[in-house]
Design a protein around this ligand. Sequence first.
Ligand code: ATP
Ligand code: MG
Length: 432
Amino acid sequence: MRRSRAFIPTTKEVPSDATLPSHQFLVRGGFINQQGAGLYNFLPLGKIVLEKIRTIVKDELDKADCNEVQLSFVTPIGLWNKSGRSDTMGKEMLRIQDRHQNDFVLSPTNEEAIVELVKNRVTSYKDLPLNLYQINTKFRDEARPRYGLLRGREFLMKDGYSFHASKEDMVREFDLMEETYKKIFTRLGLNFRVVKADSGSIGGDGSKEFHVLADSGEDTIIICDSCEYGANVETIQSINEDEFNELSYEELSKKTIDEKCSCGGELSFKKGIEVGHIFQLGNKYSSALEANFNDENGRAKPLEMATYGIGVSRLVASVIEQNHDESGCIWTKSTAPYLINIMISNIKNEAQVSLGEELYEKLKDLNIEVILDDRKERFGFKMKDAELIGFPYTVIIGKELVNGEVQIFDRKTKNKTSVKVDDIYTKIMELV
Ligand code: ATP
Ligand code: MG
C-alpha cells in the first residue's frame, strides 16, 4: 500500500471517554472510529489487524478438526423461549420486531441455535464427536459499554460448540481446545495465563478463562510464579471479587497472599483481560431442546456438550493494552497491520524516491507486508505518525543515503541501526 493512497485518518484528538491506551491509540492511529455507544467501525488498518487475528484463530481450529459455519445473526425468539434464556438473559439481549410483529433477538451467543442445527442431523454415536464454530458478530446490550473494543455492544466473537457421546470424550475435547487456544494466543505474541473460572453448578475444572496480563484488566486473577496454576478471584470463596476488581494495578500488586501454591511457588495477584473462555456444558441445552442421539445399544441419550469462546475484536485492543508506550501502539509481528514501513524522508530527493520505490516493489514481490510513506509531509510528522500507528520496523531513507546507508527503526526499542544499501534485503529478511 502507498500511504498517499491509504485511508488512515490519524489524529491528535483523544475521544473524551477514552481512558485506556488501546482505546486512545486505536482511535488516534486511525484503526477504528466510534459509531455510537459500544459500536465501532473498523477502518482499513483496524480491519487488517482483525483479519490477521481471525486467520490465526481459524488456522489453529481447522488443524484441530473443528468445522467452520456461519449462523444467522438474527434469531427467532422461540429458540430462546425453549431454553428459558429469553427470561434469564435480561436486558443484555436486544430484541427486535419484523413487519409482522414477530420477535427476534440479535445473537448474543448461539448455544440454542447450534443445538437446533445438529438436532435430528446428528442422531447416532457414529456421528460423534463433532466440533462446530463460527467467527461472527455478536450483540450484547452491555449495561456499561466502555474501554473501546474491550467491552463493546456489537463485537466479533469466535464461538465454538462440541458434541459428544460421553462426558469422558467431552473432557478430552475440552483439553484439546485448551491446548489449541494456548497455541492461538502464543502465535498472537501475547503474554497470557489460563485460569480456573467459576463454573457454577458444574464444579471441578469445567470452566477455564484465558487472560492477557495487563494493568487495565477488569478481572483480578491469582497466578503462581513457578507453575502454570492460575485462578480468577471469583472462584475463591474468602475473597470479595468486586472489591478486588476495583483496585488499581498498583494497589493490587501490594496485596500479598499468605498461602503458597500446591507446587510450593509464590502466588500473586494480577489484572487480566478475559480473551477466551472454555466451558463444559454437559447436557443442559441438549436436554432442554431435546437433542438426543442413539448410543451403541440403541438407547436415546442427550448429547454431551462443551462451549468455547474467543473475543476476536477484544483481542485487537488487548494486544495494545499489553504493547504500547507514550508514543502509541507497538504491534506484535503476527498482528501488525504492515510489518515494514518504508519512509522516504524527502519526497523531493530523487535518489531517495527511487530507492524507496525499488524497495517497495521488491518487498511486495516477496509477499512481505509493506507500506510506502510517499507523502509530501515533513519527516518529523511522518515519524510521529509511524510511531503512533506502531509498524514494527521503519526503513528510513534519508540524508545518509549519500553515504550509501539507510536506517532501520525498531518501534519497540526505538533504536535506529544504520544499514548499507546493499545489505537492506538480508537485514529485512532477518527481521521478518
Ligand atoms: P465478560 O465477563 O468480559 O463480560 P463473558 O463472560 O460475558 O465476558 P463469554 O460469554 O464467555 O464472555 O464470551 C466469550 C468471549 O467473548 C469472552 O471471553 C470475551 O473475550 C468476549 N466478549 C464478551 N463480551 C464482550 C464484549 N462486550 N465486547 C467484546 N468482547 C466480549
Ligand atoms: Mg459479559
